[in-house]
Write a protein that binds this ligand. Structure first.
Ligand SMILES: Nc1ncnc2c1ncn2[C@@H]1O[C@H](COP(=O)(O)OP(=O)(O)OP(=O)(O)O)[C@@H](O)[C@H]1O
Ligand SMILES: [Mg+2]
Length: 255
């Protein structure tokens, strides 16, 4: 468990909503995440978990509500400016189920490229930072390899290093281990646990109930575009209050 600091929220969503056509996918979501907090989001398929993450960094444009990350607040009812969006995206790193590394570039180049393009780092500075991060995720020896020579778990750790290299204030993870064999998933979970313990603010959509219970500070259950229940991880996982949460956790345990 990480210590949750007593600061104001780093992330604040107020009445965030999103439709696809007539389908209401996010229904007036209010959420606060403080600096250093690790929030796990769990819930049934189609409940809006990925959409919520994608709205936080504007990969998906919400219909309404306010999104605050650090000093940047975007009002989703009007068009966001380019500088608002770049301010938001600078602060928010994201890791997906699919790692999307460039196959024609070495592992090192994959981690360095965005640092040069987005942050304007020199190649030398970028490579130095990349090597630090590859070491941190246990893959310094893969720097000169191409991604195809790396396992799925290794590729996901490279994707995490690539995201961390842009010095985000918060990291969003959307089922980072669900495409991996269990054993390879463990390598990735170990990296995420280390990141959590180092004080990174994280929002993690996951099917890993062990991670939700043991690594995250807070667990939130979503169903039908709403937050059903949210609280300290041990409490929500071991003693859920809502019938919908109990049903979901039973279904997961019986799987
Ligand atoms: N681009 C899109 N166009 C239309 N409908 C979409 C789109 N993306 C998602 N949806 C719908 O929005 C709802 C929420 O999807 P979302 O991907 O956020 O769910 P999820 O909770 O992440 O599910 P899963 O656990 O399966 O990943 C689903 O009903 C989905 O079919
Ligand atoms: Mg999803």
């Amino acid at each position: 468990m990480t210590a949750v600091q007593n600061a104001g929220p780093l992330i604040r969503l107020a009445a965030l909503s999103k439709h696809y056509g007539t389908h209401l996918v996010l229904d007036q979501i209010d959420l606060e995440v403080v600096k250093g907090e690790v929030l796990a989001i769990i819930g049934p398929s189609g409940s809006g978990k990925s959409t919520l993450l994608r709205c936080i960094n504007y990969l998906e444009v919400p219909d309404g509500g306010l999104i605050t990350v650090g000093p940047t607040t975007i009002d989703a009812t009007r068009a966001a400016s380019r500088s608002e969006l770049s301010g938001l995206r600078r602060r928010v790193g994201m890791v997906f189920q699919s790692f999307n590394l460039f196959p024609h570039m070495t592992v090192l180049r994959n981690v360095s490229l965005a640092q040069e393009r987005v942050l304007g780092r020199t190649r030398r500075d970028a490579d130095e930072r990349s090597m630090q991060l590859l070491k941190r995720v246990g893959l310094a020896d893969k720097a000169g390899q191409y991604p195809v020579r790396c396992s799925g778990g290794q590729q996901q750790r490279i994707a995490i290093a690539r995201s961390l290299a842009l010095d985000p204030e918060v990291m969003l993870f959307d089922e980072p281990t669900s495409a991996l064999d269990p054993e390879l998933g463990l390598e990735v979970l170990a990296v995420m646990r280390e990141l959590a313990e180092s004080g990174m603010t994280m929002i993690v959509v996951t099917h890993e109930m062990g991670f939700a219970e043991n690594v995250s500070d807070t667990v939130m259950i979503m169903a039908d575009g709403k937050i059903v229940e949210k609280g300290p991880s041990a409490q929500v996982m071991r003693n859920p209050q809502q019938e919908r949460t109990k049903r979901f956790l039973r279904a997961v345990h019986d799987r």
